[in-house]
Design a protein around this ligand. Structure first.
Ligand code: PXL
Length: 277
């Protein structure tokens, strides 16, 4: 029996909407990883919905990490996602500095389709840039890559444009870079991986519907795969495929963008992709 790996997952709990910790705990747990959650906030539903409640848990982030450190706990990975304020990002920078782990994955959750998510202001990306510097791997979408680098957002993503984003991201961090949600061709959606100077493009069929939380499903699956020993390209490939499948099964029953994707119904495929079954 192999030793169970232990991961810190820092993200919000959006009770409705299939994103953040709801996704991370399910996917990392299904993959056999012990998941130590640090909830950054509890929301009734994610910020794509009007009227969401927001219970800020900034005060709990560092004390949790300090407690774990005082207990002498060891961790194998840290995965951070949605952080609700610059102050929270600063706390997570400290948590990243506290533990010596194999993989620090930062998903710089900030926006999509060229715009910041509700609740963030223009000064937020500068703080996120500092967190990204601590990462071994980052998984921004195209919008977040633009917000981190200051490159203007474009709706069409040519290879030259993505090359420019990679160059600019490399100036701000040493991490392996995985950019998701690239509109490369009309019927394709691509993911690009830049690791040790090598750039790899992965193409998947573009789905005819758009759902929120897909970035979280991608990042959680990706973290699970990396923790399971897969290389960055294989991990990104299987994660993109898994998200595509989940969108497909969701599309058969719902087109509610903000309700998220039915990843829970596709666990068997996840486990096969992760070589667990
Ligand atoms: O899926 C990203 C995400 C995570 N957490 C919260 C969000 C969003 C995107 O809107 O609002 C609270």
């Amino acid at each position: 029996m192999q030793k169970q790996k232990r991961v810190i997952a820092i993200n919000d709990i959006s009770s409705f909407g299939k994103c953040s910790l709801t996704v991370a705990i399910s996917i990392l747990g299904a993959a056999g990883l012990e998941t130590c959650a640090v909830p950054t906030a509890v929301l009734s539903a994610h910020t794509g919905f009007k009227g969401y409640t927001f219970c800020d848990l900034t005060e709990n982030i560092l004390p949790s990490a300090n407690h774990w450190q005082s207990m002498g706990l060891l961790f194998d990975g840290i995965y951070s996602g949605y952080l609700g304020s610059k102050e929270q990002v600063k706390c997570v920078e400290k948590v990243m500095d506290m533990f010596d782990v194999d993989i620090k994955l930062v998903d710089p959750v900030m926006g999509d389709d060229g715009v910041l998510y509700d609740g963030f202001d223009e000064s937020f990306p500068a703080e996120m840039k500092k967190l990204v510097k601590r990462a071994d791997v980052i998984v921004p979408n195209v919008t977040e890559s633009c917000l981190l680098t200051g490159v203007p957002y474009k709706e069409e993503h040519s290879k030259e444009y993505i090359g420019l984003l990679i160059n600019e991201l490399q100036k701000i961090c040493d991490a392996s870079i995985v950019i998701t949600g690239i509109n490369s061709k009309e019927d394709k959606i691509s993911t690009v991986i830049c690791e040790n100077g090598t750039i790899t493009y992965i193409e998947n069929q573009k789905q005819k519907a758009v759902y929120s939380g897909t970035g979280d499903v991608f990042a959680s699956t990706f973290m699970a795969a990396l923790m399971g020993g897969q290389d960055t390209v294989s991990a990104a490939k299987l994660s993109a495929e898994f998200v595509g499948e989940c969108i497909e099964i969701t599309r058969e029953v719902s087109s509610e963008r903000h309700y998220g994707i039915n990843f829970e119904l596709n666990t068997k495929s996840l486990l096969k992709k992760l070589n667990i079954i």
